[in-house]
Design a protein around this ligand. Structure first.
Ligand code: EPZ
Length: 432
């Protein structure tokens, strides 16, 4: 299994380019399934979740042509509603978007219960509520989700989401975009990637209004046509590099961003004493004084994103004073706390909050990534810590960050991806 080995204690300096948004790409790739034709997708991040989805589409009969590392042409002319491989589908959470896409185009869908990072129970009842309201019969049995439009085609309806859910909002948008009649989604999630999916579908001839607000209106269309579309920059990757600059007390220009998408992150980081200067499509992040405590509560957009919770916790572990981080979206997203404690952090988890007493410094240790964003946070901790850190199980990190270690190395980080203890020894000897 591959690992990162890091020689920490060096501030990060320089300029880093953000890739396309993972959580937009993993909905936009399945959306291409709805077209009896070709879609050209640009700024697709080269991450394993995106690769997995394209492999699943190929199993369903799609023809995939990689134009370059971040541009792909997907031809779904010959896609028939057939069974995608169970073992691939169950590994990623975003496989549930195939339900909405296949129901929309074919009036039927068969997928598996989704996988994804383990932060406790992650039900799909709101997805099922939405598909049922649109006129599908949905059955979950044997690890599979079977859905079928009762009269062959979905019909528009009004759906109130009991819980603000990114996945359910996007899945219902997919299915409703080719249903008969109008659909209104109330209490919808408002993340930037939801707007990106709606913009992509509208470029294919869909009629979706209000994405980015909590009421989304969709007028179903008979068919969608191919389109060329570029995915928005990744808000969470940008935030991760911003935090890396702050935690290592460096000075970094993060480019190819949409500053408006970063507002919840920027305002919280300024509160702890990080300097952030915003330009049209970049932000400069630097620290020239002590970091100070604050409290953070994760909320649906435009609140502080849950996908930035482990990263901000690492910065607070190095800030003066006691901070409280409250996770209001997922059941248990503090699995990194014990790992961070190995590095000298003073963090205690009580229910859905972590109480963090800032320490002067962290020291390198051997830690394991429990999930995607916690893994990235532990790498940041290693970059800030004195000495050598080894992060195991980096397969999680590779699901959501393109060229993570190369990008960090370009900012002066001493980090390498290795796969053996021998290579770790060599790294230790080399850095001395
Ligand atoms: C998406 O997950 C993202 N994943 C997550 O990003 C992100 O953390 C999350 O949205 C919140 O922003 C993808 O887009 C592939 P939710 P999703 O539905 O759709 C509950 C990352 O790090 N819920 O918004 O699963 C759910 O349990 C990943 O990039 C129901 O109760 O999140 C959670 O408590 C991690 N019933 C809350 O709603 C449902 O039917 C929000 O979940 C659906 C969700």
């Amino acid at each position: 299994m591959e690992k990162y080995v890091i020689n920490g204690g060096k501030p990060l300096y320089g300029e880093i380019d953000v890739s396309g948004a993972k959580n937009a790409a993993v909905a936009i790739i399945p959306a291409a399934l709805m077209v009896n034709g070709v879609c050209r997708l640009e700024n697709i991040p080269q991450i394993s979740d995106a690769d997995m989805l394209m492999t699943i589409l190929e199993h369903l009969g799609a023809k995939i042509r990689m134009v370059n590392r971040n541009t792909v042409e997907i031809d779904c002319t010959d896609v028939r509603y057939t069974d995608a491989p169970y073992d691939l589908m169950r590994r990623i959470r975003a496989s549930y978007y195939l339900i909405g896409a296949m129901l929309g185009r074919f009036g039927a869908a068969k997928t598996t219960m989704p996988g994804g990072c383990n932060f406790g129970v992650r039900p799909i009842d709101q997805h099922i509520k939405g598909m049922t309201a649109l006129g599908a019969d949905v059955e979950v049995t044997g690890g599979f989700v079977y859905a079928k439009a009762l009269d062959g085609k979905l019909h528009g309806t009004r759906i109130y989401l009991d819980k603000v859910s990114v996945g359910a909002t996007m899945n219902i948008i997919l299915a409703a975009s080719m249903a008969r009649g109008r659909t209104v989604i109330e209490n919808a999630a408002k993340e930037p990637h939801i707007v990106d999916l709606a913009n992509f579908l509208n470029s294919m001839g869909a009629e979706i209004m209000g994405a980015g607000t909590d009421v989304i209106k969709i007028r179903g269309v008979e068919r969608l046509h191919g389109a060329v579309y570029s995915v928005i920059p990744d808000q969470i990757e940008a935030g991760t590099f911003m935090i890396a600059a702050a935690a290592t007390k460096g000075d970094v220009l993060v480019t190819n961003v949409i500053p408006k998408h970063l507002e919840p992150i920027t305002s919280k980081m300024r509160k702890i004493g990080v300097n952030i200067e915003e330009f049209d499509d970049s932000v400069r992040v630097w620290v020239d004084g002590p970091l100070v405590r604050t409290n953070v509560k994760t909320m649906p957009h435009p609140g502080f994103p849950t996908d930035m919770q482990p990263q901000i916790a690492v910065t607070l572990a190095l800030a003066e004073g006691t901070s409280i981080v409250t996770e209001s979206i997922f059941e248990n997203r503090f699995k990194y706390a014990d790992e961070l404690s190995r590095m000298g952090a003073c963090i205690k988890v009580e229910g859905n909050s972590a109480i963090i007493d800032g320490v002067k410094k962290l020291t390198g240790a051997r830690v394991s990534a429990p999930d995607l964003r916690a893994g990235a946070a532990l790498v940041i901790a290693g970059l800030a810590a004195d000495g050598i850190t080894v992060v195991d199980d980096i397969v999680y990190i590779q699901r959501g960050y393109e060229n993570f270690e190369e990008k960090l190395r370009s900012l002066g980080a001493e980090i390498e991806k290795v796969s053996s203890e021998k290579e770790i020894q060599k790294f230790r000897l080399r850095v001395g």
